[in-house]
Design a binder for this molecule. Structure first.
Ligand SMILES: [Zn+2]
Length: 130
């Protein structure tokens, strides 16, 4: 995921990609409690404690969820209109109403996963003794 850290000199928000899901995992994988990075704005060498690194909810993920929601809704509506014209039973209509909820459901799940991913990273700090 994309992680962020603020430059203490110019307050620029630097970003980098990592496979880790928590600060603890980062510390174990790289065997350090410090992230070394050159500030993209002022070019200073930064040594930032991992506890200052944070994750943010990704706009791309929300955009992706939104597109799935839109395409899914259109597909469901086409499907729905087709079946509605051939089936008139109340059970069939009930099932179709549930199908209408699928794109909403996928959208909500994607948003929830993203929120969990970000809060998992942001709420677990490294203890000082490590
Ligand atoms: Zn800077």
């Amino acid at each position: 995921m994309r992680l962020f850290l603020k430059c203490p000199h110019c307050k620029f928000e630097n970003t980098f990609k990592s496979q880790v899901t928590s600060r603890i995992e980062y510390a174990m994988k790289h065997n350090t409690k410090i992230k070394k990075l050159n500030c993209e704005n002022c070019n200073k060498n930064l040594e930032i404690p991992l506890n200052k690194i944070y994750a943010k909810e990704s706009k791309h993920t929300y955009l992706f969820a939104g597109i799935i929601f839109l395409i899914g809704s259109v597909l469901v509506l086409i499907f729905w209109a087709k079946i509605l014209s051939s089936s008139k039973s109340p059970m069939g209509l009930y099932a179709l109403a549930l199908i209408l909820l699928v794109p909403v459901w996928i959208y909500v799940i994607i948003k929830k996963q993203e929120r969990i991913r970000v809060s998992t990273f942001n709420y677990a700090y490294l203890s000082e003794e490590l």
